[in-house]
Design a protein around this ligand. Sequence first.
Ligand code: NVA
Length: 314
Amino acid sequence: MVRHFLRDDDLTPEEQARILNLADQLKKDRFAARPLEGPRVVAILFDKPTLRTQTSFAVGIAELGGHPMVVDARLAQVGVRESIADTARVLGRQVAAIVWRTYGQERIEEMAAHAGVPVVNALTDQFHPCQVLADLQTIREHKGRLAGLRFCYLGDGANNMAHSYLLGGALAGMHVRIGTPEGYDPDPAVVARATEIAATTGGSIEVLRDPHRAVADADVVSTDTWVSMGLEDEASEREQRFVPYAVTEEMLAEADSDAIVLHCLPAYRGKEIAAEVIDGPRSVVWDEAENRLHAQKALLTWLLEQSEAEVTRP
Ligand code: NVA
């Protein structure tokens, strides 16, 4: 079976741990794995803006011995000029894997259904699983473990980061608390799935209105922009609603005294996170940004290894 990474729970807890171990190994020895030697080509497409995702995939694919082919999404117009299924069939005949940042999750599912090669979600409206792999690698580096840690995310509970933290955190056995205002709750189906996973890994899931309860004694505190890409029209309303959920120094003081702070970036200082926090001693955001590279290299290596013998042609 060709394996894809469309959402965090496409991996089992064991598979997630294996990929994180490989990510650590590749961080120590960047050229230890060369599964794309040839070079084999990986297509990367972005329907939304990007900095870290494009650079970390491009560098990572090159370091794995391959060639990153950034397809200009404005020219390709996937789903407009040509159907997603036809695009998948064409790319799948030429490349070793497809990395795509797009809007609805159903779009990337359609790509995966027809590609015949591994498809990786480089962010959709619903999930950002590559970021959460990097976040888990970062947390483990700083805390020495994942299972049993108290993880708090404050802000937009319905966005891609919140959903991926729910699933990815549950797989890792963490106690995930989301602090979010009414109207911004995570998708109930994702909460139900995360709760089901947490029951098997010793983790737990809570969605709370009160940001102070969510942050209390947390080992890890994370946030994200209040205005995700595509929601710019809602900016002024969101910037008012989320103020009580900002990660300020006062808020952080309610977490564990050794708590670390994550942010997937880009960050808006003075909005979801105070400058003193993101630029302060508890912030590990630059390690987190670097780990996109190592985590995604490990992911691609693993996906190719799993799918290699099985590549099918639609
Ligand atoms: N929730 C943010 C993540 C950015 C990496 C967005 O979708 O814009």
